[in-house]
Design a protein. Structure first.
Length: 238
């Protein structure tokens, strides 16, 4: 039986965003790339909470599996690995943080996320897709990658994305920096060389994890796995 792989997308994306990576892994692995609560076919699912998202992942995953997550998906992947460490054989985190450690900054982020969620809920999905994709954090994306991600965002609804931001955004995530030492499985961190904030966070991760490999993708930004899918395929499947 082929080893299982579970791929968790970032905020505003769907499981379809992993298409090229999933195809590259499919001959050797049984790959699952679900739409996370509030996104894609799960746009109407409620409640949208971290606990519910973790349960959804565990329900679709095989008994033992490799787990990869990007950005929001990386936070969910961390939570799954901490809750079910014996089921996760390898953990790959892309553009990841273990949460906002400062409680004041986290509270401010929560308020900002709630305000943005209210605004998203009033927008059309195309207007939001354009606005979200225009953020500086995505400025290094090749045109084809940016276009594919815009199309992927159109698979979701403003109401679903608003709920995902409220329930799964950084402001709603309790930091787990002090628990990273519990992760005994091999962990790979993938980050783009142009993703300054998350490049620094990867260094913080590396100091706290028992078994870690740091992969910096030259010239890539926040969505390094989509800008360099061959790297992601090698690291998840290697």
């Amino acid at each position: 039986m082929r080893t299982g792989v579970v791929l968790l997308h970032g905020f505003t994306q769907t499981g379809e965003s992993w298409h090229s990576i999933r195809s590259g892994l499919a001959q050797r692995y049984r790959v699952v790339a679900p739409d996370i609560l509030g996104h894609g076919y799960a746009s109407g699912d409620r409640p949208v909470t971290l606990g519910a998202a973790v349960r959804e992942v565990v329900d679709v995953a095989p008994a033992h599996f490799r787990l990869a997550g990007y950005s929001m998906g990386a936070r969910i992947a961390l939570s799954v690995a901490l809750a079910y460490p014996r089921r996760v054989d390898r953990l790959v985190l892309i553009g990841a943080t273990a949460g906002i450690a400062d409680p004041v900054a986290r509270r401010e982020r929560r308020l900002a996320d709630d305000l943005l969620a209210d605004r998203i809920a009033r927008m059309g999905i195309e207007e939001f897709a354009d606005e979200w994709g225009a953020q500086p954090i995505f400025a290094t994306q090749p045109r084809a990658v940016a276009a594919a991600l815009r199309e992927d965002r159109l698979r979701s609804t403003p109401a679903g994305l608003a709920e995902a931001l409220r329930g799964l955004g950084q402001g709603a995530f309790d930091p787990v920096w002090d628990r990273l030492g519990e992760l005994e499985m091999p962990v790979t961190l993938i980050v783009g060389s142009q993703d300054g904030k998350y490049l620094g966070l990867a260094g913080d991760f590396a100091q706290r994890l028992p078994e870690v490999r740091l992969v910096v993708v030259p010239g890539a930004g926040h969505a390094a796995h989509l800008e360099a899918p061959a790297v992601a395929i090698a690291e998840i499947g290697g």
